[in-house]
Design a binder for this molecule. Structure first.
Ligand SMILES: CC(C)(COP(=O)(O)OP(=O)(O)OC[C@H]1O[C@@H](n2cnc3c(N)ncnc32)[C@H](O)[C@@H]1OP(=O)(O)O)[C@@H](O)C(=O)NCCC(=O)NCCSC(=O)c1cc(O)c2ccccc2c1O
Length: 265
């Protein structure tokens, strides 16, 4: 897919990093099938980029890095997001593409990193956030769950107790709380976010690309079993998405009301 054909994202090669940006600010940079397809293509392209060692992954506008799956397109008859993969968008292939990319992937978080957006932060090699950023999970509130990197790998970063708290209470966490729990690497004043990301990318860019790629593969190898969990779990999520229980979560979000899950207990 040529870069010029991207509709939902932008792709730029800078002096120190490739910049991949979700460009759907009208839905807080939520992703649909097309967004996920383009991101997979972009991360595979970045993997082959010869001039830089880093990728800066962000979301357009001031409000959000990414808020996960687009709940407006998710409100479908079959409960799926679209035509591709098990749940209608190949999210598990995108998560693999980010992990498999030999560059250091830095998440640039200026606002909400919620749902699948929070999973991206978890998977990215490094995360730098503005003091305005907010993190959290919403799956059990909106009829969804990320069964793999969003749960099991999150626990490796923040510990089992905190990861379970994040999923079982669906609270929002400020940037300094995310830093304290080990979810992100650094918090900076809002207007210094781009400069900080660029500084980190420049430092990485001065280092040996082969050593970095081997180190990344080595870190990944130790948690590679989670890819298997994710691919298995997503089959369960497909069945869940087709249930009235999950559809109630999606409907409630779109109708801006609290979900009523009582009858499913
Ligand atoms: C981000 C929020 C916390 C912001 O709340 P706030 O109250 O400030 O603002 P609004 O809620 O009014 O939102 C403003 C505006 O943006 C729209 N919007 C926000 N997020 C989305 C979204 N994800 N999809 C579509 N639209 C969105 C919202 O509708 C408003 O627009 P209006 O035109 O209506 O005014 C809050 O918005 C929030 O919690 N958003 C997250 C919603 C959500 O449910 N996300 C998806 C979760 S599921 C998921 O992401 C997911 C990830 C995975 O990795 C998976 C892997 C495997 C299987 C499944 C997966 C999966 O489902």
């Amino acid at each position: 897919m040529p870069v010029s054909n991207y509709k939902d994202i932008t792709y730029e090669v800078g002096a120190n990093a490739v910049r991949i940006t979700i460009n759907r600010p009208e839905v807080f940079n939520a992703f649909r099938t097309q967004t996920v397809e383009e991101l997979i293509d972009a991360f595979k392209r970045a993997d082959e980029e010869k001039s830089v060692n880093a990728v800066i992954f962000g979301g357009a506008g001031d409000k959000a890095f990414c808020t996960g799956g687009d709940q407006k397109v998710h409100m479908s008859e079959d409960g799926l997001y679209g035509p591709r993969g098990l749940v209608g968008l190949p999210i598990e292939e995108l998560q693999s593409a980010i992990r498999d990319c030999r560059k250091v992937v830095i998440a640039r978080v200026q606002g909400f990193a919620i749902g699948g957006g929070n999973v991206f932060c978890t998977i990215c090699d490094l995360t730098i956030a503005s003091e305005k950023a907010q993190f959290g999970q919403v799956g059990p509130k909106v009829g969804s769950v990320d069964p793999g990197f969003g749960t099991a790998y999150l626990a490796r970063l923040v510990g089992e107790k905190k990861a379970r708290e994040i999923w079982f209470l669906c609270r929002r966490y400020k940037a300094d709380e995310a830093l304290a729990m080990g979810l992100i690497n650094k918090v900076v004043p809002h207007d210094q976010l781009d400069a900080e990301c660029e500084t980190w990318a420049a430092e990485i860019n001065a280092l040996s690309p082969t050593a970095i790629a081997i180190a990344k593969r080595s870190f990944n190898a130790d948690s590679e079993n989670i890819r298997g969990l994710s691919y298995l779990g997503i089959a369960a999520v497909k069945g869940y998405y087709q249930s009235d229980e999950s559809k109630e979560g999606v409907k409630a979000f779109n109708e801006k009301r609290k979900p009523d899950f009582k009858k499913f207990v």
